[in-house]
Design a protein around this ligand. Sequence first.
Ligand SMILES: NC(=O)NCCC[C@H](N)C(=O)O
Length: 259
Amino acid sequence: MESRHALVRQPSSRLGDGLVTHIERSVVDVDLAWRQWRAYVDALHAAGWTTTEVEPADEHPDAVFVEDTMVVYGDLAVIARPGADSRRGETVAAEAAVRAHGYRVARIEAPGTLDGGDVLKHDGRVWVGIGGRTNQAGVEQLRQLLAPLGAEVVAVPVTKVLHLKSAVTALPDGTVVGHPPLVDDPDVWAGHFLGVPEESGAHVVLLGGSTVLMAASAPESAALFRDRGLDVVTVDISELEKMEGCVTCLSVRLRGVPG
Ligand SMILES: NC(=O)NCCC[C@H](N)C(=O)O
């Protein structure tokens, strides 16, 4: 069985000062955010995952969104170069954590930028969103780094939401799910795209087998997935959603056995 281990990172006490781009800023209850983050980590544990906490970075309000710090493929961790200046320093401790798990490490270098949240992987294909955070140079570097591992990197546009995985993620069978008004070009996944009725219904974390984790804010999408035979676990992440976060960006899933 594949390993099930995830990197997570505690929310900063300054979470409410994080970036918001496509939504209105609203007041974050940091204590509640903490409890919601704990419940998210508990949900991973309940599904059989173990976790490592990346060293906290209280000076980085967005550090809890640890997925953005890297792209893990096979035994290689590609350390991101976040598109937002305020997030650049988040990668240092994340790199240390993934190295400690035995992964080889490469880095996106200037002028490239790339956020992990812009990278959707399924079965040897790697779609990378070019938009507010990830640029063409970042995509080309990722293509070069992943080519020896057999991955096919496909660039896709992202203009309506923060990251590619704010728009689409993939179900266990490879069906790509997205809320149509927020997906730039669903034809990229022609024949494999499923529209969902809620924005956060587009965000699923694959927990193994037919189990997916998603936000409690998408009950109609959850019902749709249950009708397709999936086991759906939900968590309330309302305070993290206020900062444009979603279930995917709260962890880096390490599914392979490196080395
Ligand atoms: N992968 C993700 O969707 N990450 C969410 C990052 C939210 C954070 N406030 C940001 O703007 O960078």
